[in-house]
Design a protein around this ligand. Structure first.
Ligand SMILES: [Zn+2]
Length: 159
C-alpha cells in the first residue's frame, strides 16, 4: 500500500426524544438525541468510516454490526479507539482528521474544543491534528427541519 492513504466517511442519524445527544464523544444538553443501536455518535461514526476507507477495510457496519448485542448502547468514541487499532494492524497511523457536522440545532460551538480533545485522544493524535466544524443546512431539507444530524469526515493515514 501507498505510504499515504486518504479516506472519507459520512453518517446521519435521526433526532428523537428520550435519547442522549453524543457528538465526538461529548454529551451535549438538548431535548432530543440521536437514535441508533449504539450511542449514534455521527461524528465518531463518520471518522471510523474515513479511517476504514483509507485502508480499504470496509465500513463500520462490517466491523461493529448494529445487530450485535455487544454494541448496543456502545460508546462510539471507544469504537473509534478500536478502529485505530484495526488500521494500526495494517501498519498505518492517523495523520489528521477533518470533520463537518451538519445540524440545525443545538448550537455546537461551545462543545467543539472538547470534541476535538476526545477525538484526538481516541485517534492517537494531538488536538491540533483534529478539525471539527459545524454548520446548518440553512433550514432546507430533512436536516434543516431538525429531523437529524449528519457528519462528513476525511482522514489522512500514513505508514
Ligand atoms: Zn452511525
Amino acid at each position: 500500500m501507498n505510504k499515504f492513504r486518504i479516506g472519507h466517511g459520512y453518517d446521519i442519524h435521526r433526532l428523537v426524544p428520550g435519547r442522549r445527544l453524543v457528538l465526538g464523544g461529548v454529551e451535549i444538553p438538548f431535548n432530543l438525541g440521536l437514535d441508533g443501536h449504539s450511542d449514534a455518535d455521527v461524528v465518531s461514526h463518520a471518522i471510523i468510516d474515513a479511517l476504514l476507507g483509507a485502508v480499504s477495510l470496509g465500513d463500520i457496519g462490517f466491523h461493529f454490526p448494529d445487530d450485535d448485542p455487544a454494541y448496543k448502547g456502545a460508546e462510539s468514541i471507544e469504537l473509534l479507539k478500536k478502529t485505530r487499532a484495526i488500521v494500526g494492524e495494517k501498519s498505518f497511523a492517523v495523520g489528521n482528521i477533518d470533520v463537518t457536522i451538519i445540524a440545525e440545532n443545538p448550537k455546537l460551538a461551545p462543545y467543539i474544543k472538547e470534541m476535538k480533545c476526545r477525538v484526538a485522544e481516541a485517534a492517537g493524535i494531538s488536538p491540533g491534528d483534529v478539525s471539527i466544524k459545524a454548520t446548518t443546512n440553512e433550514k432546507m431539507g430533512t436536516i434543516g427541519r431538525g429531523e437529524g444530524i449528519a457528519a462528513f469526515s476525511v482522514a489522512l493515514l500514513y505508514k
